[in-house]
Write a protein that binds this ligand. Structure first.
Ligand code: NAP
Length: 242
């Protein structure tokens, strides 16, 4: 069902985004792989090994004009845009009382505005096609809040509100929009946390293990395949939030 379709994944040079891109490639999707600073050797060939095309595009999703040009390039290269995965995200953790304006703005601009920018441009193409699936990367922090993550939790709660609003607006033309809310997934983003924090996290996970990038990627593919789920937030967190 995804074979021959086009999927764009933002922030896909590593971590969850890379695994999501590989999972769609495995389904036969051509991949537009957005990356921000560097693209490690071998990422594109890893995707192409599934027998699909992979177009790497460098750029910042927080830039409205970049998002516009990315969608334009996808239309030119592949004709359609069938799946948009808004994965790009950052943390700038700090207690609220010490958080700088810059730390707040950076996180909101990348995580929330970046997601808006991509939906804003991709949805006009998907509405014309009368099909498409958008999956946004939220977080359990956006559902429950988290100490030291006022900026990040606000951005991800914003992503959830954006997801539900987009789902309502786009449904009339058969375009779905959902979010996944990962818990603690082993990537560079969580690698920087102290051992104490990691252990506390593990103790709060009923399934008693950290998540893998594949745990997230398989759920994102599931949501892209299902055309009757929209406006939902799927927690993928080993049972942390239930
Ligand atoms: P990661 O390994 O740090 O990867 C994040 C990716 O986003 C990087 O490739 C990064 O590129 C890219 N990125 C950052 N700013 C960008 C921008 N302005 N434009 C385009 N790309 C940008 O993190 P991850 O753990 O895979 O996280 C992926 C997503 O899952 C994020 O949205 C994150 O908030 C969410 N999430 C993760 C966890 C977790 O436990 N890991 C939990 C909940 C939610 P550069 O490094 O080149 O800047």
């Amino acid at each position: 069902m995804l074979n021959g379709k086009t999927a764009v994944v933002t922030g896909a040079a590593k971590g969850i985004g890379k695994a999501v891109a590989a999972a769609f490639a495995k389904e036969g999707c051509n991949i537009v792989l957005n990356y921000h600073s560097t693209l490690p050797d071998g990422v594109v060939s890893e995707i192409e090994a599934y027998g699909v095309k992979c177009l790497p595009v460098k750029g910042d999703v927080a830039d409205f004009e970049f998002a516009a040009s990315l969608v334009k390039d996808i239309k030119k290269e592949f004709g359609t845009l069938d799946v948009l995965v808004n994965n790009a995200g950052i943390t700038r953790d700090m207690l609220l009382m010490r958080m700088s304006e810059e730390q707040f703005d950076q996180v909101i601009n990348t995580n929330l505005k970046g997601t808006f920018n991509m939906i804003r441009h991709a949805s006009s193409l998907m509405l014309k096609q009368r099909s498409g699936a958008i999956i946004n990367m939220a977080s359990v922090s956006g559902v429950t809040g988290n100490i030291g993550q006022a900026n990040y939790a606000a951005s991800k709660a914003g992503v959830i509100g954006l997801t539900k609003s987009a789902a309502r607006e786009l449904a009339q033309r058969g375009v779905t929009c959902n979010a996944v809310a990962p818990g603690f997934i082993e990537t560079d983003m969580t690698d920087v946390l102290s051992d104490d924090v990691k252990e506390a996290m593990l103790n709060s996970i009923p399934l008693k293990r950290y998540g893998s990038v594949e745990d997230i990627a398989s759920a994102v593919v599931f949501l892209a395949k299902n055309t009757y789920i929209t406006g939902q937030v799927l927690n993928i967190d080993g049972g942390m939030v239930m």
